[in-house]
Design a protein around this ligand. Structure first.
Ligand code: BGP
Length: 473
């Protein structure tokens, strides 16, 4: 019983949130490099406003981040010390193709990841690679309008072919798009979309989503052709919607909201647009430009496993007067039974088990939890150590729930990578002060700090969890 013997314990990061070195060794500029912190951030993330006409004159924490570009050997060594079996990271598209539409890749970018993967290999750590994690070259946004343009599929195909060929034998597990459903809520991050005045935003978002779905199927096809051992996953920002009350209208609304998210995975895992989505698009007057080749690709090249992030469940009601709360860009209603993090994200470990069951019932494919964790303001004590008992308790309860889902519900789970295993820049706020790591990094929002890495209390705790394959929590 318990977790499988080859369970992939580890941690997760994303290139733009940890690498820094944003213009080193030929790297081009990407959407995520030009999103400021502060009040304007949400307008930009949601595609409502263009920032600085994409000029590169400002300092944002992500440009330097924790400089993992120059510290990866030290960081991976620390991951190995914790006993990681896997490390989830993403490729910065603009290190490989700085503009996105070149014919030839940038060798320095390719060599960087090659060495990183070889370092993982030395420690027996299996890389899990997100091909794009909120990451779109600025040039492709300026010239082509981001993923609204079908040509993006060609550029993405070039990127994936390059990666699968170069890293054959070094990388087996791949995710095509991080949190693909986030395109509906953060379209600039998810698809490089900036809307024109008066544009039909829903039409543009769903057409861009369609292009990503086709690109994902194409990547799956190419990955399997290049190496039949490759395992390709989709990636959902998950968290079931609960109805606030048993009022049938609330229950129905919760189901509709769940559909909104599952639409993406239904296409990637079942290979076709579900009936409810076709009807909803029709009602909304949205027409998808979909070729016969698209339909065939989607049908024939579905994913091997389903990965997802889980931070919280969500609540909805038709009653407009009920208090709302924050939570990973998605809006939710306050759940009276739950506590919340300092950022208002509601903490619901049992919701993880509920979500796992919902996903597994729906797709019957192996699951992989690739993000979960607690963002907090960590304060080192006099000895310099962060005693993050709050984080240990969050993770312990979630791992228990995940264990129940495996042991008691029979769910096939490949692995678990907690988010931000080393402190990094927050995607939501763009700041350094919201931390998730087992490893503290001395770096503040203004880019000051020694960059020294220090183990938090949770470091030894997670090491023990991994060593006992989740028995000693
Ligand atoms: C997910 C993203 C991550 C990550 C995480 C935590 O949506 O995939 O990139 O950042 O959320 O969110 P935040 O950084 O806003 O706390």
């Amino acid at each position: 019983m318990g977790f499988r013997q080859d369970f992939l314990w580890g941690g997760a990061t994303a290139a733009n949130q940890c690498e820094g070195a944003y213009n080193t060794d030929g790297r081009g500029l990407a959407n995520v490099d030009v999103v400021p912190i502060g009040n304007e951030r949400f307008d930009i993330i949601s595609g409502k406003r263009k920032m600085l006409d994409f000029e590169d004159g400002y300092f944002y924490p992500a440009k330097k981040a924790i400089d993992m570009y120059h510290h990866y050997k030290e960081d991976i060594k620390l991951f190995a010390e914790m006993g990681f079996k896997t490390y989830r990271l993403s490729i910065a598209w603009t290190r490989i193709f700085p503009n996105g539409d070149e014919l030839e890749p940038n060798e320095k970018g390719l060599a960087f990841y090659e060495d990183l993967f070889k370092t993982c290999q030395q420690y027996g750590i299996e890389p899990l690679v997100t091909i794009t994690h909120f990451d779109c070259p600025i040039h492709l946004i300026k010239e082509y309008g981001g993923w609204r343009n079908r040509k993006m599929i060609v550029f993405y195909e070039r990127l994936v072919r390059t990666l699968f060929t170069r890293y054959k034998g070094l990388v087996k597990y791949w995710l095509t798009f991080n949190e693909i459903n986030m395109i509906l809520h953060a379209p600039f991050m998810g698809a490089g979309l900036v809307f024109e005045q008066g544009e039909n935003e829903q039409q543009t978002k769903y057409q861009a989503a369609h292009h990503e779905l086709v690109a994902s199927a194409l990547a799956t096809k190419i990955a399997h052709e290049i190496d039949p051992d490759n395992m390709i996953g989709c990636m959902l920002a998950a968290g079931e919607y609960y109805p606030l009350t048993p009022k049938p209208e609330d229950v129905f609304l919760a189901q509709q909201k769940n559909h909104e998210n599952y639409f993406f995975i239904d296409v990637q895992s079942r290979g076709e647009y579900p009936a409810y989505a076709l009807k909803a698009l029709e009602r909304g007057g949205i027409e998808i430009d979909m070729t016969e080749e698209d339909v065939t690709l989607l049908k024939q090249h579905t994913v091997d496993f389903i990965s997802f992030s889980y931070y919280s469940s969500r609540v909805v009601t038709t009653d407009e007067s009920v208090e709302k709360t924050a939570g990973n860009i998605f809006k939710s209603v306050k759940n009276p039974y739950l506590e919340a993090s300092e950022w208002g994200w509601q903490i619901d470990p049992l919701g993880l088990r509920t979500t796992m069951n919902a996903i597994y019932d729906r797709y019957q494919k192996p699951l992989f939890i690739v993000e979960n964790g607690l963002g907090a303001i960590d304060m080192p004590d006099e000895s310099g150590c962060v005693k993050d008992d709050y984080r240990i308790s969050y993770l312990r309860e979630h791992i228990k729930a995940m264990k129940d889902a495996v042991e008691l519900d029979g769910i096939d789970l490949l692995g678990y990578t907690s988010w931000g295993c080393i402190d990094l820049v927050s995607a939501g706020t763009g700041e350094m002060k919201k931390r998730y790591g087992f490893i503290y990094v001395d770096r503040d929002n203004d880019g000051n700090g020694s960059l020294k890495r220090t183990k938090k209390k949770s470091f030894d705790w997670y090491k023990k969890v991994i060593a006992s394959n989740g028995e000693d929590l």
